[in-house]
Ligand binder design. Structure first.
Ligand code: NCD
Ligand code: ZN
Length: 348
């Protein structure tokens, strides 16, 4: 049978995106809004988004950064701190502002200094979320300096997430940007109330790529890419027939080139302009193009209890066309766009 020359699917959503604020938001919003109907907006601004008022005003800034004519709905999240207020969570949910809340273990990643230091502290907030049916989105890494960076996700599952699920039996949880086969198995064992997002970059390369020919700052993100066996487990999870728990989350996380190409570079990969092209490439390589819509457009809305998108989009089998970088602040700075090593033969 001849290989397909196009694929049409319901418009996808991005269940994990960093759109930032100010000039970076102005530069980046269009790229996410061009591909996705909705996106879960990460709240790790400086300072973080912790109140309903801040979330509403951030949502307005996002809406005005999206060019007229592009239909795009930002889905707002609350950044949990040790002092997270259960009443603020419940109220924001009732008012249709919060779609979920985000757990960053303190100091796990970019802008997580205000993150949670112990799960006991947020137990009342989690109870309120459980009651309201509001999912908890988890950056699943321990932060202890004595845990090897490649083990931080698996150790988190045992030490933190398994007890948390036991304690909050009705809480819906998304293990975000999973990077290990243990992460895959944990999500599967959790049943319908547990979901997992998978990024285009973690499906594309393993940890060797970070050091190929020299250190590659633009492939550095957290959680860090793991060994090949883990990448293969992610590919199997995303493309498995009938799977319902894994869905698309790009973790697009722009940083200007100067803050990545330096002695202590930031974690985060900007993939929004190429996200659907790369996912499609991977599903094609796995012989699973017929399952792309489930991963990209159906499982996420089902997990969140939201309607699926009615709009259809088409990707064509044609070499990827995307800028190498995009300008920020009228060209004062730029952000490098993610590009896998192997060719991407799909365009959006
Ligand atoms: C993210 C960022 O830059 O905000 N960085 C990253 O490496 N993924 C934060 C995060 O999601 O960990
Ligand atoms: Zn992220």
């Amino acid at each position: 049978m001849a290989p397909p020359t196009s694929i049409t699917l319901r418009q996808p959503d991005d269940w994990h995106a960093h759109l930032r604020d100010g000039p970076m938001l102005q530069a980046c919003a269009v790229h996410t809004a061009s591909q996705f109907a909705r996106a879960i907006i990460m709240p790790n601004l400086v300072p973080p988004v912790t109140t309903v008022v801040e979330a509403k005003s951030y949502r307005e800034r996002i809406r005005s950064a999206v060019p007229a004519g592009l239909a795009f709905e930002p889905l707002m999240t609350c950044y949990l701190t040790d002092g997270a207020d259960p009443a603020e969570l419940a109220r924001g949910r009732r008012e249709g502002v919060w779609v979920a809340a985000k757990l960053y273990p303190a100091h796990a990643t970019t802008n997580s200094a205000h993150g949670v230091t112990s799960m006991d502290r947020i137990a009342p907030a989690l109870e309120a979320m459980e009651k309201a049916g509001m999912p908890l989105l988890v950056h699943g890494e321990v932060t202890d300096a004595d845990v090897d960076i490649f083990d931080r996700e698996t150790v988190f599952l045992d030490r933190v997430l398994a007890p948390l699920l036991k304690r909050h039996q009705g809480l819906k949880v998304v293990l975000e940007h999973i990077t290990t086969r243990e992460g895959v198995a944990f999500v599967e064992a959790g049943g319908a109330r547990v979901g997992g997002t998978i990024t285009p970059h973690h499906l594309s390369y393993n940890r060797n790529a970070l050091f190929k020919g020299g250190i590659r700052p633009h492939l550095y993100c957290l959680p860090i890419a793991k060994a090949e066996e883990h990448r293969l487990a992610l590919r199997r999870a995303a493309t498995a027939p009938g799977q319902t728990q894994f869905f698309l989350g790009t973790d697009t996380a722009p940083h200007t080139a100067d803050t990545k190409e330096c002695a202590c570079g930031c974690a985060g990969i900007f993939n929004a302009p190429v996200a659907m092209q790369v996912y499609t490439q991977i599903f094609a390589e796995e012989g699973a193009l017929d399952r792309l819509e489930t991963f990209a457009s159906l499982n996420g809305p089902r997990f969140y209890g939201l309607p699926v998108n009615e709009q259809r989009v088409t990707l064509h089998a044609a070499p990827l066309v995307a800028p190498e970088r995009i300008d920020v602040a009228n060209g004062d700075k730029s952000v490098v766009v993610f590009r896998p090593d192997a060719p991407v033969e799909w365009s959006y």
